[in-house]
Design a protein around this ligand. Structure first.
Ligand code: BG6
Length: 487
C-alpha cells in the first residue's frame, strides 16, 4: 500500500460566514426579525472578554416595545446584502472552491410559521448562488446558524416546542426545491451543541418562560426536536436534490485531562462524550447508551414520539462537519486557573498552550487529535467548516495590514490537517471562519477580526465599509493554489 501524501486534488478550500454576521439589511425586502437581531452591543468593560448575549424574555419585550434603544450590530453586519458581488469576486481571487453561507430563515419565512415564503428573500440567495456559480465556487449552505425567526421564539418558545419541526421542514423543502440546481452541500444546524450552553442562540428558547425546569432539561428537549428536524431535512434533501450531501455541524470541544489521575481521565472522557453525543446521534442515527445515565443523574427526561427512533435511524448524515478553534483541559485535582473562551465552562489553563486576545487556547495539534477521533468513531467524511483566529488588526499608514499572527495560526492548523490526512483521515474540505471581517457571534464586536479581507467599520458601526486585503490574503491564495503544499 502507498502512503497518502496530502490533500485530495478536489479538496474544498474556502471560507465560512453566517447570514446574521454579514448581511445587514435586517428589515429589507420583507425580512422578519431573527433572534440574532435582538443581541445588543455591550462594551467589554461591562461584559468581560466573551459573552454579551442576553437571554431573558423581559429584555426582548422591552426592545420590541421601543423601551431599549441599544445598538444591534447583527442588524447591520458588513452589508454583504449589498456588497455580495464585490465580496464574492474577492473570494474568487483567493481561489475559493467553496463558500459557506447560511440562509437567514427569517428572510424566507419572516415569522417562521408563515404559509408562504417571501419571494424577495428567495431571490436574494438565488442571486448569491448564481454569482458563486459564475466564479465556479461551490456553495455550502447552513439552514440554521443562530437565526431563528423571532416569531418562533415569541409564539412557540423556539425549539422547545415540537411544532417548530414542521416549520423548519417547510423551510427546508422550500429552499431545497428552489436551489436544487445550485446547491449540493447542506448543513442542518450550526454548532447544534451550543444550545446546551446558551439556549437563546441555537434554540431560540426563552428559558425564563419555562419555570420549574433546569436549562439542561429544556435544552435536551429542544435538541431532540432539532435532531428529528435534521433527519427529516436530510431525507428531503436526498429526495429533492439527487447527489446532495448533508452534514451535521458541531462546535468541537476537544477536552484533555490535566493530570494522569484516573479521575481526570474519566472526567475528560465524560466531557468529550457529552460533546460527541450530538455527532453520535447524527452519524449513527440513535442516542448513545452513555446518555441514559447522564439523563438519569441529572433528572432529564426527553419526550420522544412514536416513530422518532426510526426517523433518526433511517436518515443519518452523509458527512460530519465541525468548528475548531481551541482545546480545553479539565481536572478534578484541586483549584486551577480557569480560562476564558467561547462556550467553555470550567475549563482550566493548559500550561503548554498560548491564548488569543480573547483567552481561547490555541492548539493546532488538538485539531489532528479531533480529526483522528472523528475518523475512528464514525468512518464518515469530515469537513472543517470553521477555524481561525479572532484578533485585533492594525491598519498602517499606507493601508497595509500585517497579520502574521493570523498566518501563523492558520498555517499551523493546516499543517496538522495534512498530518491527519496522512494518518488516513478522509477530509473533504476546509473553510476558514470569517474570510472577510464580520460581526463576532459571542461579543458582537467588529474589532474581533478573522478576515483575509479587512472591512473598515468599528464596534460602534462607524466606517466606510471599504474592503481591503491583509497580508494573509496573498498567503491563503497561495495555500489554495498549491493545494496546501506551501504553508
Ligand atoms: C462559532 C460560530 O461559534 O464561532 C460563529 O459558529 C462564530 O458564528 C465563531 O462567529 C467565532 O466566534 P466569535 O465569538 O469569535 O465570533
Amino acid at each position: 500500500t502507498k502512503a497518502i501524501k496530502g490533500f485530495k486534488p478536489d479538496f474544498l478550500w474556502g471560507g465560512a460566514t453566517a447570514a446574521n454576521q454579514v448581511e445587514g439589511a435586517f428589515d429589507q425586502d420583507g425580512k422578519g426579525l431573527s433572534t440574532a437581531d435582538m443581541v445588543p452591543f455591550v462594551p467589554k468593560e461591562k461584559r468581560g472578554l466573551n459573552f454579551a448575549i442576553d437571554v431573558n424574555s423581559e429584555y426582548i419585550d422591552d426592545v420590541l416595545a421601543g423601551k431599549i434603544q441599544d445598538r444591534y450590530p447583527k442588524r447591520d453586519g458588513i452589508d454583504f446584502y449589498h456588497h455580495y458581488k464585490e465580496d464574492i469576486a474577492l473570494f474568487a481571487e483567493l481561489g475559493f472552491k467553496v463558500f459557506r453561507v447560511s440562509i437567514n430563515w427569517s428572510r424566507i419565512f419572516p415569522n417562521g410559521d408563515d404559509a408562504q415564503p417571501n419571494e424577495a428573500g428567495l431571490q436574494f440567495y438565488e442571486n448569491v448562488f448564481n454569482e458563486l456559480k459564475k466564479h465556479n465556487i461551490e456553495p455550502l449552505v447552513t439552514l440554521s446558524h443562530y437565526e431563528t425567526p423571532l416569531g418562533l421564539t415569541l409564539k412557540y418558545n423556539g425549539w422547545y416546542s415540537r411544532e417548530v419541526i414542521e416549520f423548519y421542514t417547510r423551510y427546508a423543502e422550500t429552499v431545497f426545491t428552489r436551489y436544487k440546481d445550485l446547491v449540493k452541500y447542506w448543513l442542518t444546524f450550526n454548532e447544534i451543541n451550543v444550545i446546551t450552553h446558551s439556549p437563546y442562540t441555537g434554540g431560540g428558547v426563552l428559558i425564563d418562560k419555562i419555570p420549574g425546569k433546569t436549562s439542561d432539561q429544556i435544552a435536551y428537549q429542544a435538541v431532540h426536536h432539532q435532531f428529528i428536524a435534521s433527519a427529516l431535512a436530510t431525507k428531503l434533501a436526498h429526495e429533492i436534490i439527487p447527489g446532495s450531501q448533508v452534514g451535521c455541524m458541531l462546535a468541537r470541544m476537544q477536552t484533555y485531562p490535566v493530570t494522569n489521575h484516573p479521575d481526570d481521565i474519566l472526567k475528560a472522557q465524560h466531557d468529550n462524550d457529552l460533546n460527541l453525543f450530538f455527532t453520535d446521534v447524527h452519524a449513527k442515527g440513535e442516542y448513545p447508551s452513555y446518555m441514559d445515565r447522564h439523563f438519569a443523574d441529572n433528572d432529564i427526561v426527553v419526550n420522544k414520539e412514536e416513530g422518532d427512533d426510526e426517523i433518526l435511524k433511517n436518515h443519518p448524515v452523509d458527512f460530519i462537519s465541525f468548528s475548531y478553534y481551541m482545546s480545553m483541559s479539565v481536572t478534578t485535582q484541586g483549584e486551577q486557573e480557569e480560562t476564558a473562551g467561547n462556550l467553555v465552562k470550567g475549563a482550566v489553563k493548559n500550561q503548554y498552550l498560548e491564548s488569543s486576545d480573547w483567552g481561547w487556547q490555541i492548539d493546532p495539534k488538538g485539531l489532528r487529535v479531533t480529526l483522528r477521533d472523528f475518523h475512528n468513531r464514525y468512518g464518515k467524511p469530515l469537513f472543517i467548516v470553521e477555524n481561525g483566529l479572532g484578533a485585533y488588526d492594525k491598519v498602517e499608514e499606507d493601508g497595509s495590514i500585517h497579520d502574521q499572527y493570523r498566518i501563523d495560526y492558520l498555517s499551523k492548523h493546516i499543517e496538522q490537517m495534512k498530518e491527519a490526512v496522512k494518518d488516513g483521515v478522509d477530509l473533504m474540505g476546509y473553510t476558514a471562519w470569517g474570510p472577510i471581517d464580520l460581526i463576532s457571534f459571542s461579543t458582537s464586536e467588529m474589532s474581533k477580526r478573522y478576515g483575509f479581507i479587512y472591512v473598515d467599520q468599528d464596534d460602534l458601526g462607524n466606517g466606510t465599509l471599504k474592503r481591503s486585503k491583509k497580508d494573509s490574503f496573498a498567503w491563503y491564495q497561495n495555500v489554495i493554489k498549491t493545494n496546501g503544499e506551501e504553508l
